[in-house]
Design a protein around this ligand. Structure first.
Ligand code: HEM
Length: 461
């Protein structure tokens, strides 16, 4: 039986991982009945070589491939920030099979900013401003000083390590400064509600209540941005409307009579969980949006990661300098000018700004092939981000993209010619899920957004 011919059999077969009803705390599967394909190292390496070969344009600020006029570059890093709020797998193996239900997610699968707030002032006190005294319950988050003594850096310990809820938010200058923006926003909201009251006009009686009010308001604003600005750019308003059921709840029946609704592909029993199809494939679409380098402000710009040792780059470490106190802090000349990354109402950006994101397509910018924090020369721990994504997908037993697209009733299944995988050693009609999703965006939307999803054959009640 051909691979595709076996698809429906696979839905019912015994020998597949099942974990739809995972507990919060571990990962799970969205399509537990779909069979994985055992891609060989040679296939994955051939695909990566194609991705890198096509993106060998000069490494330069703004380079890395064609741009997406629809999505400003700031949203790439907002997307990375969102990822760091909901999913973190520091423990699975790249080489051996992993059961998602046995792998802990170090973030909660909820848009509530645990990467900013940690576990709150009592459990994560190092994140908070205790200047009111050790007995006071801090309402504000701690902010660090840059090399000129201005509150423009993350708080850092004496070795320069950022004191934040998720270490990945200090991975590059842009996401680091975005994290700082959230710290500042929270503290401004505390000032605002102390002066004017919360959404009901009630002024907090103490710092504990001021914190709780501010945290709620910050989370609401963040969730508003995700739903009303970020997702429409990434998946399009039409898909959001379908999922939210804005034109009536989406309910129907599949060909064998199972009741379907908008959560048909994602269900949980007690608590939500992050599916590996999302964390290891779909949501890694953002890697394709990253450009080779960025202009940070009118005095500084650099490649994301340098190709020469200690060369200028946007890796945070190289942009820290020793402060008067002796510990490393951000060089004040490296603060991000956000008008270079986002359209900001009322702010006229310099000519040519905001910078655009890279198109979402089957190619990645060159710096992502030599990640800086991984030692070279160990094939079991590759420095290439696309190879890591593909191997991680294999180690979690993800189903091929075509199989998922068929089960989701995609209107168009990409051909091997559209996927440009002929000659790479793949069997016909089989491609890794992460790569398939990138090519869907490229083929169906010119790289400007991910493929739309519409429940074609379902009835609306
Ligand atoms: C800005 C440059 C970025 C770099 C250097 C970067 C780097 C990385 C690295 C090294 C990993 C771990 C790979 C592995 O071993 O499997 C990773 C994971 C991931 N990245 Fe990125 N990334 C970037 C941007 C983004 C963006 C823009 C998004 C989404 C919009 C994203 C989404 C993810 C997701 C979902 C994971 C899996 C997280 C987990 O569950 O642990 N990344 N990234």
């Amino acid at each position: 039986m051909s691979y595709h011919g076996s698809m429906h059999r696979a839905l019912a077969q015994e020998n597949v991982a099942r974990s739809t009803f995972a507990q919060t705390g571990v990962f799970g599967r969205m399509f537990p009945g779909l069979e994985a394909f055992p891609f060989s190292d040679a296939m994955l390496e051939a695909l990566v070589a194609k991705i890198v070969a096509d993106s060998q344009e000069p490494r330069q600020i703004g380079g890395g491939g064609p741009v997406n006029p629809r999505i400003p570059a700031g949203f790439t890093f907002f997307g990375q920030f969102v990822d760091h709020d909901i999913t973190f797998d520091p423990t699975s193996s790249l080489e051996q099979q992993n059961d998602p239900e046995a792998i802990w997610n170090f973030r909660t699968p909820v848009l509530e900013l645990d990467n900013v707030y940690g576990a709150g002032p009592s459990v994560s006190p190092f994140l908070y401003d205790s200047s009111a005294g050790p007995r006071a319950s801090p309402a504000k988050l701690l902010i660090g000083l840059d090399s000129r003594g201005a509150e423009n850096d993350l708080p850092r310990n004496r070795q320069g390590t950022a004191l934040i809820g998720d270490p990945r938010n200090d991975e590059n200058l842009i996401v680091s400064q975005l994290h700082l923006a959230f710290l500042k926003f929270h503290n401004k909201v505390v000032d605002h509600i102390r002066a004017h009251g919360n959404e009901h006009g009630t002024k907090p009686l103490d710092d504990r209540l001021a914190f709780a009010d501010a945290q709620r308001i910050v989370r609401w604003h963040y969730q508003w941005i995700v739903l009303n600005e970020f997702l429409p750019l990434i998946v399009g308003q039409e898909t959001i409307n379908t999922l939210l059921g804005t034109s009536g709840p989406l309910v129907g029946q599949d060909p064998i009579g199972n009741v379907l609704d908008y959560l048909t592909f994602y269900r949980w029993s007690e608590d939500p969980f992050i599916p590996v199809e999302f964390a290891v494939a779909a949501y890694r679409f953002g890697h394709s949006q990253v450009r080779a380098g960025y202009s940070i402000n009118n005095a500084f710009g650099a490649l994301l990661f340098s190709d020469v040792p200690n060369g200028p780059s946007l890796a945070v470490g190289g942009n820290l300098v020793a402060a008067a106190a002796g510990h490393p802090v951000l060089n004040a000349d490296r603060a991000v000018d956000w008008a270079r990354f986002n359209r900001i109402p009322g702010v006229v950006p310099a000519d040519g700004f905001p910078q655009e994101s890279k198109m979402i397509d089957g190619k990645l910018s060159p710096p992502l092939f030599t990640l800086p924090n991984i030692a070279p020369g160990n094939p079991l721990d590759p420095r290439s981000l696309p190879l890591r994504n593909l191997k991680r997908g294999r180690a979690f037993g993800l189903p091929p993209g075509q199989l998922v697209a068929r089960v989701m009733e995609a209107k168009h299944i990409l051909s091997d010619a559209e996927l440009e995988i002929d000659g790479l050693g793949f069997p016909a009609g089989v491609a890794p899920l992460w790569y398939y999703i990138l090519k869907e965006a490229e083929v169906q939307h010119g790289g400007q957004q991910l493929a739309k999803w519409a429940a074609r054959s379902w009835r609306r009640s």
